[in-house]
Ligand binder design. Structure first.
Ligand code: XMP
Length: 512
């Protein structure tokens, strides 16, 4: 989709960089993340109305501190530095930045000294969220203070003669309740961006774009029943109708009742769908495989095989549609440079060259919450819109060690109970993912008067905004007790239930 106004966010490695982009989009303007050292040409286009410098873990006075191209400040475009971004501005414009005696983390009262631009419409005092070790100690040349806190005299500054602003706090996080108004002021009042980003327009323009791109060629779309692939399929279906074929493969690693549910929904949506039952093939290939990455490789390869075979049977396809999202694009761009690969996420990529598909990725500019909005607009049922993400390799990454029928049954049944209880407690929609996992450890239990060895099942329930970081849910004890007793009572072969209380990082969401 061609956006008329863009805000570029230079990413200095902060954990909230994506969140800044999302907030800008929330107020109605398209925002894109760029690496901090992006080529200056990527910022020069007249559609780029403003530039935000993100936070980051480095210190500006470190020898290898990340610094953007200095010409960024000569483009004449409005700039807002957040946290590290503010410190960088202060450092580059001859101010002084030094390590604070104590790290400031948490809520602080921000006293606003100047309400003319960035803080227009705000009260004299607002809550803000601080998270920094370094702080500005001397104001850069030709800058003035526009807000302060008890601990940070330069909590917000601005250039006296240019549209360059810096804030020490984080306006993008929910703990700065008026932060969204600050972002709105930067985007509209200061950068003069035009409102041009909303999901209704997105759908209309995407449908047109897909039609123009694909013309009368055939498109194949692999569907998992998750919100990304299903939304992709429905969007493409709206554009080209009968020339779309969807494939849904049951690899035997799906959740309880999943295949039936997904097929029923897809049929209700009148999509042209082909179902492949490949359970036996996948489980056969996984025999003896214990290593998590090896599991992913085996599953990925088998997907390709099943998929290729079926697509050749079905006729000639020019395009392959995938539900790739914006964070995936950014993550893959990083792969090979700084970010190391944590897990090899498999989808249908990596198909053999000889199929020669062109890729159709209509959601690749969107975040998950935007996809959910599109899904709603396209009339997808809540069951899909609100569905928790589910990994392509399915339950295989929730089974530690070899995948076998017994552990699959336990994992499937226990996860079903976790989901069911969360739905009943009205918590399902409030968490990112909730499931159970199982390994090979067995512990002693008592059944009646008898001693019995059984499996250990672990419950994992996490909150997250984008899966890059996650925190475990502080679930009410009574609910935990209910889930635990249901699992030991209803799932044969389980003698102990545990709850995973590690965040990401250092853990990951999936156990494998
Ligand atoms: P981790 O476990 O790395 O997961 O914290 C982050 C998010 O990605 C999902 N995930 C996967 N999705 N193929 C996928 O399609 C995979 O191999 C895979 N591994 C993890 C995970 O469910 C979470 O939402």
């Amino acid at each position: 989709m061609k956006a008329k106004s863009i805000i570029k966010v230079l990413d200095f490695g902060g954990q909230y960089s994506h969140l800044i982009c999302r907030r800008v989009r929330e107020v109605g303007v398209y925002a894109e993340l760029e690496p901090f050292d992006t080529n200056i040409e990527n910022l020069m286009n007249e559609d780029v109305k403003g530039i935000i410098l993100s936070g980051g873990p480095a210190s500006v006075y470190q020898r290898d501190a990340p610094i953007c191209d200095l010409r960024v400040f000569r483009l004449g475009k409005p700039i807002l530095g957040i946290c590290y971004g503010l410190q960088l501005i202060a450092y580059l414009f001859d101010g002084k930045v030094s390590r604070s005696e104590r790290r400031e983390y948490g809520k602080a009262a921000l006293y606003i000294d100047d309400k003319s631009e960035l803080f227009q419409g705000l009260e004299d005092k607002i809550d803000c969220w601080m998270s920094h070790g370094d702080k500005v100690e001397e104001l850069p040349r030709n800058f003035e203070v526009i807000a302060h806190t008890d601990n940070s005299p330069y909590a917000a500054i601005r250039s006296k003669d240019r549209l360059i602003f810096g804030v020490q706090f984080h306006p993008e996080v929910a703990h700065t309740p008026r932060g969204i108004d600050i972002i709105r002021n930067f985007v509209y009042r200061i950068s003069k961006a035009e409102r041009s980003w909303d999901m209704k327009n997105f759908v209309e323009e995407k449908v047109k774009e897909i039609r123009e791109k694909v013309k009368d060629e055939k498109v194949l779309c692999a569907i998992s029943g998750g919100v990304d692939s299903t939304t992709t399929a429905v969007l493409v279906d709206r554009a080209i109708g009968k020339n779309l074929t969807c494939i849904f493969v049951d690899h035997g690693l799906l959740r309880k009742k999943e295949a039936e549910r997904v097929l029923e929904i897809l049929e209700r949506m009148k999509l042209n769908i082909v179902f492949v039952d490949a359970k036996e093939d996948f489980l056969e290939k996984l025999k003896g495989v214990k290593d998590p990455e090896e599991k992913r490789r085996v599953i990925g390869e088998e997907f390709v095989r099943v998929f290729t075979k079926k697509s050749l049977e079905l006729g000639r396809f020019g395009w392959l549609a995938q539900g790739t999202l914006y964070p995936d694009v950014i993550e893959s761009a990083k792969t090979g440079s700084k970010a190391s690969r944590i897990k090899t996420h498999h989808n249908v990529a990596g198909l053999p060259d000889w199929i020669e598909f062109k890729l159709l990725e209509p959601l690749k500019e969107l975040y998950k919450d935007e996809v959910r909005e599109v899904a709603k607009l396209l009339g997808l049922p809540d069951e899909i819109v609100k569905r928790h993400p589910f990994p392509g390799p399915g339950l295989a990454v929730r089974i530690i060690g070899e995948v076998n029928e017994e552990k699959l049954r336990i994992c499937r049944e226990a996860s079903y109970i976790v989901e069911e209880e969360l739905i009943k407690a009205n918590l399902y929609d409030k968490v990112w993912q909730a499931f159970a996992f199982v390994g090979d450890d067995k512990v002693v239990g008592v059944l009646g008067d008898e001693r019995k060895l059984g499996y250990v099942v672990t419950i994992r329930i996490v909150e997250s905004t984008d899966a890059m970081t996650a925190d475990w849910l502080r679930i009410p004890y009574d609910l935990l007790a209910k889930i635990s007793s249901r699992i030991t009572n209803e799932v044969d072969g389980v003698t102990l239930v545990t709850y995973a209380i590690s965040s990401k990082p250092p853990s990951t969401i999936e156990p494998q």
